[in-house]
Design a protein around this ligand. Structure first.
Ligand code: ADP
Length: 209
């Protein structure tokens, strides 16, 4: 996050004089306590300062990048997951290609009659099938998909960072977010490289994250 000049000044004062009360910080800046309140709230929430009741403000000693790393390490999959696009195993390659265009996604998750994950189909899987000598309407996707148990998945309580690492390590574009059921894994969301890119941009532009 970008600090205002006044927020920088507050940090310097607390660094040099902490523990120090809000009242005393205000005095040093020739401002009222009420004027400072929003800045102190922001600096405390962001983790630069720590407020102890009846004692005052301390400098935590954490740099902006340390605080950013701490924040990123707390992100959970469930806070960022997007809606998954799911198709049945009997869908033809032709229809899977249409679905990919219509839904504007790069990965389709394949499920059986119990809505449990059985495979994944990517853009390249469909391209590979299309350049073969096949009738794309007669070829079912379960023939060409990557299948269980070789599917890399994540769960809603996983750290987003762990999901991002899986995308890199496995060199894939997306992960299904799954829920364990008696019948198998239900697909409840997706995390893709685009999800991670969005988080990256939002962090840098200092939005509500
Ligand atoms: P593309 O093939 O369009 O570049 P990916 O890099 O995501 O897209 O896919 C590469 C290969 O990995 C494909 O064969 C695909 O079926 C498979 N794949 C994609 N996602 C997963 C996943 N979550 N788990 C296992 N395999 C996957």
């Amino acid at each position: 996050m970008e600090l205002s000049k006044r927020q920088e000044q507050i940090i310097e004062i607390v660094k040099a004089n902490g523990p120090i009360t809000g009242e005393n910080i205000a005095e040093k800046l020739n401002l009222t306590r009420a004027t400072l309140r929003p800045d102190l709230a922001i600096l405390t929430m962001a983790g630069f300062l720590e407020a102890r009741p009846r004692v005052g403000y301390f400098y935590t000693g954490k740099t902006g990048s340390e605080l950013l790393t701490e924040k990123i390490k707390k992100f959970k999959v469930q806070d960022f997951q997007q809606i998954p696009v799911v198709v049945r195993e009997e869908v033809s390659v032709y229809d899977a290609i249409s679905t990919m265009f219509l839904e504007d996604v790069g990965t389709l998750f394949v499920v059986n009659e119990k809505s449990c994950l059985t495979g994944v189909v990517s853009r390249k899987d469909l391209l590979r099938a299309s350049i073969g000598q096949h009738d794309l309407n007669a070829l079912d996707i379960h023939i060409i998909m990557t299948r269980m148990p070789n599917i890399t998945v994540c769960r809603k309580d996983d750290l987003l960072l762990e999901a991002a690492k899986k995308l890199i390590e496995k060199q894939i574009d997306g992960l299904p977010v799954v829920k364990d059921t008696e019948d198998g894994l239900h697909v409840v969301g997706r995390i893709t490289k685009t999800t991670i890119t969005k988080v990256f941009v939002e962090l840098a532009t200092d939005s509500a994250l």
